[in-house]
Design a protein around this ligand. Sequence first.
Ligand SMILES: C[S@@+](CC[C@H](N)C(=O)[O-])C[C@H]1O[C@@H](n2cnc3c(N)ncnc32)[C@H](O)[C@@H]1O
Length: 343
Amino acid sequence: MHRIKCNIFLLPDLWGSKSKLLDFIWENVKGFNFDSVLDAFSGSGCVGYMFKTKGKKVSSNDLLQYSFNAAKASIENNSSVLDKDDLVTLLGTPIKTDGFIRETFRDLYFTDEEYLFLEQVWHRAQKLNDEHKKALALSALCRACVKKRPRGIFTYTGNRYNDGRKDLRTTLKQHFIDAVEIFNNAVFDNNRQNASTCGDIFDLKRRNFDLVYIDPPYYSTRSDNDYLRRYHFIEGLCSYWRDVEIQYSTKTKKIKKYATQFDSKNTVYDAFHRLFSMFRESILVVSYSSNSLPTKEEMIEILKQYKHNVEIKEFDYKYSFGNHNHKIGNNKNDVKEYLFIAY
Ligand SMILES: C[S@@+](CC[C@H](N)C(=O)[O-])C[C@H]1O[C@@H](n2cnc3c(N)ncnc32)[C@H](O)[C@@H]1O
């Protein structure tokens, strides 16, 4: 129904993003009778956004603030954009800032001049008197940081992966301006009241969604699923590190992990039970991959305890980890993506 393509990257190549599977997901669920959708682990926001383009009433949730801001800017937000005056506010007269980012992260990820830019834009964004505009500005700032960072992640310090590609030669300010345009272009009204929340899914009070899309971190014994470790810098930036605890003893100055039941073998099974029980009245659509726990058979067993019918769809593709596109074609990364549909 909409002119807008939903395969835009609101946050570029975000690790774990389902942006390449949107058609696959839609083709498999479109036959069901549903109007309201919860994207319970929204990440980049692309799945919830896809449902928005289909005219659904979308709610999204994520534990992390950068994900929440991206969803608020593009899913909940039906009309606000950052206009020329807002850009003057965001990029205008230099203001005095506290130097917190420069002092805390000096020499780790960006130059002092770039940190000063982040300090200034963050503080100016607080002056925007529209929460959706604030979410747009913060999301654009996060996107700019990820684009400017070699490999797009903050698990290492210094610049050793700088291969001189265009994104790394582009200034942070230009990335921000480009990102504002991308986010602005993503804004549209689907004439529904959409909503985005930030928090542990188990704290969500509302239950009455026709369909719940579930794409939690994949627990695997072979690789970690720690989103915060990869993106701690942009997560901290969203609140100017006010809502988080920096671990000063770490080289990367990363944030203390948020508790989630999806990151340990001891808790992940119980987490799925709790989740399916919470939303047992809804159509459950679960994305999961073949190298994760619970296994495919275990997942079917768990789902059957809550729903009569469980269908499973498979999508083969070579996984792309973050910006590590050089890994595509490496057989070790061949995984099957499952979509469990329970109703
Ligand atoms: C696999 S990613 C989701 C990717 C998303 N579907 C996309 O296409 O971009 C998993 C997400 O779950 C979030 N998460 C982890 N534990 C959570 C919890 N307990 N409650 C809510 N979100 C959680 C992470 O922050 C991460 O963004």
